[in-house]
Design a protein around this ligand. Sequence first.
Ligand code: CU
Length: 455
Amino acid sequence: MSKDDRSIISWFAFAAAIAALVVAIVGVSNNDGGSASGGGGGGTSTPTVEVTMTDFAFTPATITIPTGGAKIRLINKGAATHNFQVAELSLKSIDVASGVTTDFEIGAQTAGTYKVICPQPGHEGAGMVGSLVVSTSATPAPGADHPIGDPKLMSASQMDALMLKVAQQYPAATAGHGGDVRQPDKVSTNDDGSRNVEFTITAKVVDWEVEPGKVVQAWTYDGVVPAPEIHVLSGDHVKIILKNNLPQSTSLHFHGIQVPNVMDGVDPYTEAPTVPGGEHIYEWIAKGPAVGIYHSHHNAEQQIPDGMFGAFTIDEMPIPQKLIDKGYTKVDKKVNMVLNDAGVIGLSLNGKSFPATEPYTLRVGEVMQATYMNEGLLGHPMHLHQPMGWIVAKDGIPMDEPTPADTIWVAPGERYTVLYMGMEPGVWAWHCHILTHAETPTGMKYMVTALIVER
Ligand SMILES: [Cu+2]
């Protein structure tokens, strides 16, 4: 598909531009001198490794340096005076008093693992021991294409190369795509014109590829993460047959959907658990509009993060008059973004981690309706660089007064429906703004994707 190809090319251009920017910034900061990071762009300066000394431990306890030597920055955060001694290599630092930081230079050494102690009386016995690993693979080699452990031992160009490599993999192909809208298995019409819609859902454990090469045993509905979106209309007589092929019992809860209490899926109160090999039927009449989630309500702290969740929507969210007046007259594209951070799947958007997350495209002037749904254990501030969003519904309740937001805090269980209009062409990063949920020293990861706005 040529449109997708163009999107990928746009992203490559974007990634290359970002990489160039990073190189420029790192180059400037290296000229400042005194940087604690190792290597330098040319790979000639001595790397620095920080070691914190407390009463009575070295952190990290395993210190890795290249065979070419390193500067050990000793930071004494303890109350007592400490030293850093490697007897086998005849290395001993000066006395480092409480609160003092000092640099201890270690010259070229033979590869190996050596014992580190604090030689102050009684400190070794109290547990103040560590390991010095002198490694040939820790030698900074600009352009090396694999991570080498401690990011402080990477040269700037090595880090840039790793970041660029990950960025260029996006969007990486993985097996399986979740969250697509599924059609009912059976539909019939009653005399009063209302519909009967029936879905059979099978809970089962399958292999799920979260990112290239990371295949986990996901707990799923119908073998995908997120589960297929179920979309019905107000007045529909909904019948859902849950088949349990899991090794545990389960039950199915319709989060944010109005159902009779006996259909609420909370075993052992409103029903008995559905045992392995068993099935359970849920039936009610749909009342919309609603934006909900169907998920497990049994051992849910494991079953949900491992993949048992999917969107359940009734009717369409109305566009507030205020936004119609601003030109948001219709929705051209709908996106559900289910957030997760735990279980075998971990930090992810719609069951995938960057670079395997799905890119989205929008033309200038088109409107995308995005619904964030958080099925994880943590809150996630979801941020789209551009365009500005308008929150039009909270937990599926339409808002008369839309709220502008470029970052939206989505707590576990919450749903926010947001309208975005394509404004400026480009590849706009879209990610969780808890930075450890989006970045690593070796490139972007986890809860990151992009909105590609085209003319
Ligand atoms: Cu997050």
